[in-house]
Design a protein around this ligand. Structure first.
Ligand code: FES
Ligand code: MG
Length: 592
């Protein structure tokens, strides 16, 4: 390895080769020796590359990273760096109660402290399950140390009795079949297990695939990284290449602030729509952008609303990630968007080249899965932004609106896109599960199911509960979905066209707090309006009543989270954290 000079002196020098505090050098060096590393290595002037390890037995979607880290280390060593792997707070979307949303900001805080407090010059961010991607990118933005994303990759495609079964999506569909009496619980379990055939994160275009695609679209990973299935040989190969590149970005001082620009986020938003990405992309993109000092407004979402759906993947389409990868993956989608000028190819990326240079020549090889821009699966497939007297902001993912839903609610001649429905209001998901089949509620196809108490403060954390399914009796009549609305979120794997992420939430004084079962709602998708048809005097009267109940905090973090976290419209970030920028520019003072 030829001697190279870093653009900026490595911060690890301040620990291991600091002439002003030579008294500290021995203390900083000695304990690293106990796994065989030598003082000569740590004092060689080579960069120390952190591997932020998100995989563990508690994070099965990311567990592949425990093995991939071997190849990352190989890449780091071969490129002249010194790897140091460390654990992150685990995040597992499906299993974490009361919600993994609590973990995003906690893992963010943890990673900021690690990167700030230890001798790390650059870091490989190992991403996978939903919130593991935004939490690490948020921390990288706060620190502004050179950082590169390595996705763990999705599972192989799931098959059950000759049908593709996508993770998550199969759960929502099988639940409806269970309610209709079409399958039993054993069959439900068989379908769910078939959807998860290998190591990796969700193989549908749920939040995990969406966020890893966004990381690639932002330019924070090597091209093609997001969609390589976890078990493929290319996954180990790109782990090696990512480790090697991490050393180069340390020398080049290529930091997140060079890449996470407003234009990069606008590109990522366009990509989100073209891939049929998760509604969770909205708060996560806003959160990452705000930590990077970039403002994303509701109008920015409106500006990408007319983008078409190009990627034919569940839940909006048919296929799964393995086939999407073989069809060309994210580089091929970016090529489509670049060709029509819907993204800016001049942005900088982690390769040191522009986005356009990264994807040059990478076109789709399977038009069944990646459609040409001129012949999309759906036109105008973006998130609709709604507001009204119940909330200031909510979104609706239009790419999952089914033909049946469209014809029942959105196709009245002369009133296209406009419908009225009677609200049935639930206080959290326990209330929903207890009462949804209660005949006294008289739920019919003219109802909208509303859930509150499911936002960042109310839950706490904001839960994926808005995709409420209709009463069993209605499903048996063939009505498999009703309009839904809530101040929580829903799984990116859900095919429900809910109105969700409503902000401010009920628990923060939003209008859902005064909504009552029986109120009529008027939803005008053309105007982006959702209003309860309730007189102002009546609203005022209800506001004098006690607000809806929310559960008490059960852990210290839940209490801190509720105190410091903002609303989903603003990314549900720790608002006090935003003032900390470029923390990595200085090293903390010595500990003795
Ligand atoms: Fe972890 Fe879907 S549950 S990726
Ligand atoms: Mg989820």
């Amino acid at each position: 390895m030829t001697a190279r000079t870093p653009v900026r002196p490595f911060r690890s020098r301040d620990w291991f080769a600091n002439p002003e505090r030579a008294d500290m050098t021995a203390l900083y060096l000695e304990r690293f020796m106990n796994y065989g590393i030598t003082p000569a290595e740590l004092q060689s002037g080579r960069p120390i590359i952190g591997i932020a390890q998100s995989g563990s037995d508690l994070s099965p979607c990311n567990r592949i990273h425990v093995e991939l880290a071997t190849r990352v280390r190989d890449g780091i060593r071969d490129a002249g760096g010194i790897p140091m792997e460390f654990p992150l707070h685990p995040i597992f979307e499906n299993c974490r109660r009361p919600t993994a949303a609590l973990d995003r900001n906690l893992a963010y805080l943890g990673l900021v402290e690690i990167l700030n407090g230890y001798p790390i010059d650059a870091v490989v961010l190992t991403t996978g399950c939903d919130k593991t991607t935004p939490s690490q990118l948020m921390a990288a933005a706060t620190m502004d140390l050179p950082a590169i994303v390595l996705s763990g990759g999705p599972m192989l495609d799931g098959w059950h009795e000759g049908e593709l079964v996508g993770s998550g999506t199969v759960i929502w569909r099988a639940r409806r079949k269970l309610a209709a009496g079409e399958i039993d619980e054993a069959e439900f379990l068989a379908q769910a297990c078939a959807s998860a055939p290998s190591a990796g994160h969700c193989n549908s275009m749920g939040t995990a695939s969406t966020m890893n695609s966004i990381a690639e679209g932002l330019g924070m990973s090597l091209p093609g990284c997001a969609m390589i299935p976890a078990p493929y040989r290319e996954r180990g190969q790109i782990a090696y290449e990512t480790g090697a590149r991490a050393v180069e970005i340390a020398y080049e001082d290529l930091r997140p602030s060079c890449i996470l620009t407003r234009q990069a986020f606008l590109n990522a938003m366009a990509l989100t729509i073209a891939i049929g990405g998760s509604s969770n992309a909205q708060p996560h993109i806003v959160a990452m952008a705000r930590h990077a000092g970039v403002e994303i407004t509701p109008d920015d979402w409106r500006a990408v609303h007319d983008l078409p759906l190009l990627v034919n993947m569940q839940p909006a389409g048919r296929y799964l990630s393995e086939r999407f990868h073989r069809a060309g993956g994210i580089p091929a989608v970016l090529t489509e968007l670049l060709a029509v000028g819907r993204i800016d190819g001049n942005v900088s990326t982690i390769t040191g080249r522009t986005l356009a240079e990264n994807v040059a020549g990478r076109t789709a090889t399977d038009r069944e899965v990646i459609r040409p821009y001129a012949d999309p699966l759906l036109p105008d497939a973006g998130f609709l932004v709604l507001k009204g007297n119940l909330f200031d902001f909510a979104i609706m993912k239009t790419s999952v609106i089914s033909d049946a839903f469209r014809s029942r609610y959105l196709s009245r001649p002369g009133h296209e896109g406009v419908f009225e429905a009677r609200a049935v209001v639930f206080d959290g998901s326990d209330d929903y599960h207890h009462r949804i089949n209660d005949p006294a509620l008289a739920i019919d196809e003219n109802c909208i199911l509303v859930i509150r108490g499911s936002g960042p403060i109310g839950w706490p954390g904001s839960a994926e509960v808005v995709n409420m399914q209709p009463p069993d009796a209605l499903i048996r009549q063939g009505i498999s979905s009703l309009p839904t609305l809530g101040d929580g979120r829903q799984s990116g794997t859900s095919d429900s066209p809910s109105i969700l992420n409503a902000s401010p939430e009920s628990a923060a004084g939003g209008g859902l707090a005064w909504l009552r079962t029986g109120d009529m709602l008027r939803i005008d998708l053309n105007a982006g309006a959702c209003n309860a048809l309730v007189e102002p005097a009546e609203i005022a009267r209800r506001l004098a009543e006690a607000p809806p109940p929310i559960p008490v905090s059960r852990t210290p973090w839940e209490e801190i989270y509720r105190e410091k976290t903002g609303q989903l419209a603003e990314g549900a970030v720790l608002e006090m954290a935003l003032k900390y920028r470029q923390v990595g520019d200085e090293v903390p003072r010595h500990n003795h």
